[in-house]
Structures are given as structure tokens and as C-alpha cells.
Ligand binder design. Structure first.
Ligand SMILES: [Zn+2]
Length: 166
């Protein structure tokens, strides 16, 4: 089978494009893509459409997972890797776990963006916490951040001013 595995940076760049597109549609500039580990192809994408759909669960990663699952008619995405421009929250990591996605790569860390984006106190996940989550005994999720960190953080600059004005 023809494979075209790209670098982490190239996939993150694709997620950045999704984030930009989402912003032009009225969403928040956060994007995610799901990649097949077998072919290297981007199977699905999703942006943070909370502001458009008024669905508080439609974060970029969840939207991406929903799109992929619907398209492939499966809830098992164990052969896939997800890339997100922003450190996933606990809900998104949990969604990835339910979808059996073993690897999660993200761009900007929480610390890089406006605090109002992570205004939930307490147990928000990061790489270490994600490893500890270990929701499935058979597969420990791997989470790595910092891919094109500055570019991903840049997307969300002025986020707070934006919501204040809205
Ligand atoms: Zn989330």
C-alpha cells in the first residue's frame, strides 16, 4: 500500500490550517486532525465549534473524533494518531481513550495561552496526568506536546479580548 507518512510538524501544520478555518467560521482557533498510522493519510479534521454550535463539548478533538468515527462507521480508532493545536482537556483525552486512540500530539501548552481558555479549576490533564489516567489497562495513552508550540499559541493570541468584545 502506498504510504505517505509525514512529520509531526507537517500534521500539526494541517491542524493549524483547520484552526484558522474554524476561526473564520466563528469558532475558536483550535484545530485537530486524525491520521491513519497505516497510510499516513489525514482521515478527518475538526475545529473548536463551541461558539458556533453552542455545544460545550464540541472541542476540536471531539469534533475530529466524531467526524472520523461517523465517516469510518466505527468507534474504534486504534490505528490512528490525533494532533491538536492546543493541549487537550480532560474531556478530549477521555474521548480519545474511548476511541482507543493510542497517541496524542499537541502544539501549545496551557501555559502558552490565555488563562480564560482553561478556566476550569483542578484536574486538567497534561502529559504526565494523561499517562496516569491509563483508562485502558491494555493500552497506555502516549501524549506529547510542544509540536510547533509557538505557532499554535499564536493562533489564540488576543482570545480574551475577542470574547470580551463579543
Ligand atoms: Zn477539550
Amino acid at each position: 500500500m502506498y504510504t505517505k507518512i509525514m512529520t509531526h510538524e507537517a500534521y500539526m501544520q494541517a491542524a493549524i490550517e483547520v484552526a484558522k478555518q474554524t476561526r473564520t467560521q466563528g469558532g475558536t482557533a483550535i484545530g485537530a486532525v486524525l491520521v491513519s498510522n497505516k497510510t499516513g493519510e489525514i482521515i478527518a479534521s475538526g475545529g473548536s465549534s463551541v461558539g458556533i454550535t453552542h455545544d460545550p463539548t464540541s472541542h476540536a478533538e471531539v469534533t475530529c473524533i466524531r467526524n472520523a468515527s461517523r465517516m469510518l462507521s466505527t468507534d474504534n480508532l486504534c490505528d490512528c494518531t490525533i494532533y491538536s493545536t492546543l493541549e487537550p482537556c480532560m474531556m478530549c483525552l477521555s474521548a480519545a481513550t474511548w476511541a482507543r486512540i493510542p497517541k496524542v500530539y499537541f502544539g501549545a501548552y496551557r501555559k502558552d495561552v490565555d488563562a480564560s481558555l482553561f478556566d476550569i479549576k483542578g484536574f486538567v490533564s497534561d502529559e504526565r496526568q494523561a499517562t496516569r489516567m491509563n483508562l485502558r489497562e491494555d493500552a497506555q495513552m502516549q501524549v506529547h506536546g510542544g509540536i510547533l508550540e509557538a505557532e499554535c499559541a499564536q493562533l489564540l493570541q488576543g482570545y480574551h479580548d475577542h470574547i470580551e468584545a463579543a
